[in-house]
Design a protein around this ligand. Sequence first.
Ligand SMILES: [Fe+2]
Length: 333
Amino acid sequence: MQTVKAASHTLHLVDRYELDKQTLALFLTPGADPYEATEEFLFDCEMRADELPRFLRRALLEFQVHSNPEGILLLRGLPTDPDLSQIHTPGDAKRSTEKKTHVSERCLAMIGSRLGHLVSYIQEKNGDLFQNLAPVKGTEKVQASSGSQVRLQFHRETVFHPYAPEYLLLYCLRPDHDRVAETTYASISHALPLLSEEHRELLFQPLYRTGIDYSFGNLQTVKGNGPILPVLYGNRHDPFLNYDEDLMTAITSEAESALEALKDAVASVYRGVKLNSGDLLCIDNRRTVHGRSSFVPRYDGFDRWLQRAFVVRDLGESAVDRQPGERVIRTTF
Ligand SMILES: [Fe+2]
């Protein structure tokens, strides 16, 4: 594993490797259809992942067990779908009707299987396990993955949800035209030292109310309509983080000042990464919040295109809200 120093931060990435023919074939050889035969596709991917080179499995194992101070692991230069240059970015950010191969889905499922189990949410893209993220005309200013011309504010993925994913995987099929869009991230390990003892104490108490996401039906972006939570939880010196810059509110004025201090801390420690075709970013959703810089889409069929997958450590936790044998979490709000 390579580590690259960027200012005071270390980017944990797996990079500068050449995949041998056998490894490439694990990703490229056609198999079950991820949309028509989902379980078979996932089982096949998990078994293929057992054959990945040792250094890749080791990097993923270390990330799963110990995470790291950034709470991210970037795998650069994974294989891409053949003929990708001729396939249009789906302008509605729904399933691509043009992409007939499933290399991007296989990258997500194989890497995801080393961290946990892929799940989806019924409200997100109709429960698709692999979600296309692309700019959608008319939603440029929206705080959601379809937006573009506003900064997507820092958030833990589905912070309001009882079965939020432990990992979020973003695979890049195509960067933006101007190569300016950055996926931004900030970890609590880096933000915590900037917070006073008093503010930390407040953030560990259930004094905060989060909001339901725009994509889960909160179209008016009402703030504070979700559950009451502490922002920090777990180990006092190495905590986990519930945070949504846009939708979270405090229920007392003291708690509000602590939330403001956290916002400032996140703003001063965050970093950005420009994803290229074949890059896969794994985000530890309990330690690290993420967002996106703004960019200008052209709507010419070749705009920025990512695919996303959610990973949980334990499928059993959400069993009450899933149908047996299915991955779709159907919790209602
Ligand atoms: Fe997100």
